[in-house]
Design a protein. Structure first.
Length: 371
């Protein structure tokens, strides 16, 4: 069999480990030929390929990023020469031109929708879940998340010492897109005094109360982990209203306007961590600083947990392809890697349940959650 592989969406630690796991199993255990498409769906649409013989897979297990490159381009809405075009047919033609029996796609929540569109166009697809956000449904986790959580935890550790030395409040803004998994996980692991996530809109007064109670106990400093998608209760209500307008839009013109309004609200609320810093400094009298962790959470070599997980889902994908099981994602369910239908994954986001054990644990150890 001949199989194509591509990486789409934001990069994450473990992508190359997964490419290696898939390739070594596909070639070594199942005698397949493997080629890579460059830069996500763009390379598939343009037919930009690279051979991936066994030799190409050596030395990449520990390498961050993706040797294939990636992009956030969508097949059905690809901007080419300042025009937005549906390149699905071109992608299908390139699959045929390269005599491929299947395409393996490494991607996150957004990619699942594109993988399903490609499947609906008649291509045999297997998707490997990848993201530092842990926002993919139907899987306990995905490679990328554990490493990012480790990097963010170490950053929070480091922020504790400088906050303590200067008697400051330091707000660490973490990635995670529209969910709070990464911030909640790293916040608990890093001992953040307050953890603010999108799923629990916060009240600045409550955050200030936590800081004040620490001051009264002799700790005139605090470290607060803030998810990039977190909002105070007022902004959260405005954002929810803008989202509802998109959902209820009737005509395409209405939908376009509603989406533009939602984007404007998101943009206006993007600096929420700096806004919170100013409010907290006023409310607590402590100097307050912001540290945006940003892309260090995405870069660098994967940790052992993600190397293991990436290798497992990669090898599992090779077995699924060899068995002719397509239209699925290699999901992690407890100790097992199992195929779940892409139709159950596409277009959905896994948010943190309000009664999740991580939230209960945070409350039990006295972490403020802003509510
Ligand atoms: O999905 C991974 C992620 O890092 C999110 O946590 C973050 O919001 C987003 O990608 C950033 O996107 P970009 O890399 O396009 O700036």
């Amino acid at each position: 069999m001949r199989v194509g592989i591509l990486t789409a969406g934001g990069d994450s630690p473990g992508l190359n480990a997964a490419i290696r796991g898939f390739g070594k199993a596909a070639i070594g255990a199942y005698g397949m030929e493997v080629i890579g498409f460059r830069d996500g769906f763009t390379g598939l649409a343009q037919g930009r390929v690279v051979d991936l013989p066994m030799a190409a897979l050596s030395g990449i297990l520990t390498v961050g990023g993706t040797i294939l490159g990636t992009s956030r381009d969508k097949l059905h809405k690809m901007s080419i020469d300042a025009q937005v075009r549906d390149m699905t047919a071109q992608a299908v033609a390139n699959v045929k031109a390269n005599r491929l029996d299947a395409v393996v796609i490494l991607g996150g929540a957004g990619t699942a929708k594109n993988a399903k569109l490609l499947m609906d166009a008649g291509v045999n697809v297997v998707m490997l879940p990848k993201t530092i956000d842990n926002d993919i449904v139907c899987t306990d986790t995905s490679f990328g998340f554990a490493t990012a959580m480790g990097v963010a935890t170490e950053a929070i550790d480091r922020l504790h010492s400088t906050a303590h030395s200067h008697h400051r409040v330091i707000l660490a803004e973490l990635m995670g897109h529209r969910v709070g998994w990464l911030t909640l996980g790293a916040g608990i692991s890093g001992g953040a005094d307050v953890i603010l996530i999108p799923e629990i809109p916060y009240d600045v007064a409550n955050v200030a109360t936590t800081v004040h109670s620490r001051i009264e106990r002799g700790s005139a400093f605090s470290v607060i982990a803030v998810a990039e998608g977190a909002r105070d209760q007022q902004d959260s209500a405005e954002y929810a209203e803008a989202q509802a307008l998109v959902r209820s839009a009737g005509s395409s013109a209405e939908r376009r306007n509603a989406k533009a309004h939602l984007a404007a609200v998101e943009s206006a609320q993007r600096e929420h961590t700096f806004k919170l810093a100013r409010e907290l400094e006023r409310a607590t009298g402590l100097e307050t600083r912001v540290s945006i962790l940003g892309y260090v959470q995405r870069g660098g070599s994967p940790g052992a947990t993600d190397r293991m997980l990436a290798t497992r889902v990669g090898a599992a994908a090779a077995k699924l392809v060899s068995s002719g099981v397509f239209g699925v994602m290699t999901a992690v369910h407890g100790a097992d890697v199992v195929p779940v239908p892409l139709s159950e994954v596409a277009g959905k986001t896994k948010t943190v349940p309000i009664n999740h054990d991580w939230i209960t644990t945070a409350r039990m150890v006295g972490t403020g959650l802003g509510d």
